[in-house]
Ligand binder design. Structure first.
Ligand SMILES: [Zn+2]
Length: 112
């Protein structure tokens, strides 16, 4: 009886096999006082992700999002969609799209 129970317990823990290859990684960015930045992937299970990292220039780089509020923010890359939204509202875009669709529809029916 004891033997069979041990057997089932072993079977239920087999899911642990999957975790190897897809170990989640946490990208941690360090910014040094000179403005250099380094992004390093740490395993999420890592006991401790260091708050400081030694920069290539020798300075102590602080972990972004940790203590350093004065660290320069990484430049946000604006997409075309962002730029579009700065000029037009969603309502405008919807109207524009409807207009275009009607135009397209009109063209295809006329040529057919
Ligand atoms: Zn540096």
């Amino acid at each position: 009886m004891g033997e069979s129970m041990r057997g089932t317990r072993l079977g239920t823990t087999s899911y642990e096999v999957d975790s190897g290859e897809y170990a989640p990684r946490l990208l941690t960015t360090y910014v040094c006082p000179e403005g250099h930045s380094a992004t390093l992937p740490f395993a999420l299970e890592a006991d401790e992700i260091p708050d400081v990292w030694e920069c290539a220039c020798g300075n102590q780089a602080g972990r972004l999002g940790a203590a350093l509020q004065m660290a320069p923010e990484p430049k946000r890359v604006r997409s075309h969609w962002d730029m579009l939204l700065e000029r037009r509202s969603i309502k405008d875009l919807e109207a524009l799209m409807r207009e275009r669709l009607e135009l397209l529809h009109g063209q295809t029916t006329r040529s057919a």
